[in-house]
Design a protein around this ligand. Structure first.
Ligand code: FAQ
Length: 326
């Protein structure tokens, strides 16, 4: 018998050693764990935490871009942005479904978001001030999301891995549409070029924070890597994102706002400057520039959508009663 472990939470339910060993052997053999399979309680809890926070990020992440749908500069841009924001809503729904397979209810997860108990990505607490921010979000935020989510297609929990396959296909389109907005602006007037550069200046560092704290300060990474929930660490993914994105900036004459950025021949990677971790933790604490507005918008949408949920429940109850009577 042994204790389940979750990050710093060392005391968990006592579990049968044979079951734990069989579970760990399956994970080590790269088998997917499915909802009805036995799993350690701490594994289940870690998944609920990560998947639900991922779902919340997708749903809250609709707000910064949704803010620009009515102000997109052309019909084409509006149609593309509308489709992208709808895709993010869809990602949130797949992810809530994946979390539900672990025995948690959606209402409970949403309640945790609205009460501030559950986290969502820090990146969505920054405002979208100009049209170029929509380009920067697609290019950088979706770009960072893909970097993180491609390895999650091989995460050890089956429903999460399968959700990631479709999500990654859509995120690739999102990243390209964002970069294409930046390309168009950098091909435009001096004012448009300045707008694109300003957006990069504001979104660069928060995008690097999306990957989470440095590995030596990440309480969950070691256990999540052992259980193959995470397939790569926060720092590995952040480095890969920098390496992929800097040449994209250079290709369209944008300057990454980091004086310490330099190619390191020996490492075969870019060196980059120190991230402002104080800012990261303050945003996590709910002190981000538009954190309050984001939560107000989500609570309002939830309250105003109550009639839709009531109607859907009433319809489902009627359909079930009809089936019973037949
Ligand atoms: N923001 O020990 P770690 C998107 C928390 S999707 C807020 O390293 P872990 C699509 C972390 O939860 C973006 N909190 O944690 C889109 C933990 O707190 P807890 C979301 C953060 O889980 C694009 C604590 O800090 N993607 O953008 C952040 O091993 C455009 C300690 O950290 C995912 O969620 C952060 N940035 O690693 C939508 C991907 N970083 O829970 C619209 C799946 C860390 O113990 C428009 N998630 N924390 O209280 C993951 O890969 C992982 O959960 C990490 C964090 C890498 C985010």
């Amino acid at each position: 018998m042994r204790n389940g472990q979750k990050g710093s939470e060392k005391i968990g339910p006592v579990e049968d050693a044979a079951l734990v060993d069989a579970f760990e052997a399956r994970v080590a053999a790269d088998e997917f764990i499915e909802p009805k399979d036995w799993m350690p309680e701490a594994y289940r809890k870690t998944l609920i935490r990560q998947i639900s926070q991922h779902a919340h990020s997708e749903i809250v992440g609709m707000l910064p871009e949704g803010n620009w749908i009515t102000r997109a500069p052309s019909l084409r841009r509006k149609a593309v942005l509308l489709a992208k924001v709808q895709d993010e809503g869809g990602h949130g729904l797949y992810l809530y479904c994946a979390a539900e397979t672990l025995g948690v209810g959606r209402d409970e997860l949403i309640e945790d978001l609205h009460s501030g108990k559950a986290k969502y990505s820090t990146i969505f607490n920054y405002p979208t001030l100009t049209w170029a921010d929509i380009g920067a979000i697609g290019w950088l935020v979706d770009g960072a999301a893909i970097m993180n989510q491609v390895p999650l297609q091989r995460t050890s929990y089956g429903p999460y891995a399968r959700a990631m396959i479709r999500v990654c296909k859509e995120e690739s389109f999102h990243q390209r549409q964002g970069y294409e907005i930046m390309m168009a602006l950098m091909d435009g007037t001096e004012a448009q070029k300045a707008m694109a550069q300003d957006a990069l200046n504001r979104w660069w560092w928060p995008s690097l924070m999306m990957f989470g704290p440095p590995d030596d300060n990440s309480p969950n990474t070691a256990q999540s890597m052992r259980w193959r929930i995470k397939r790569e660490t926060n720092d590995q993914l952040r480095q890969r994102f920098v390496d992929a994105t800097v040449p994209q900036a250079e290709a369209i004459d944008l300057r990454v706002p980091d004086d310490a950025l330099a190619w390191n021949e020996e490492r075969g990677h870019y060196d980059f400057g120190e991230i402002d971790w104080e800012e990261f933790y303050s945003v996590i604490r709910g002190e981000g520039p538009v954190a309050r507005e984001r939560m107000q918008a989500r609570r309002k949408a939830w309250d105003e959508g109550a009639w839709v949920r009531d109607a859907a429940n009433a319809y489902a109850a009627k359909a079930a009663a009809r089936k019973e009577a037949a």
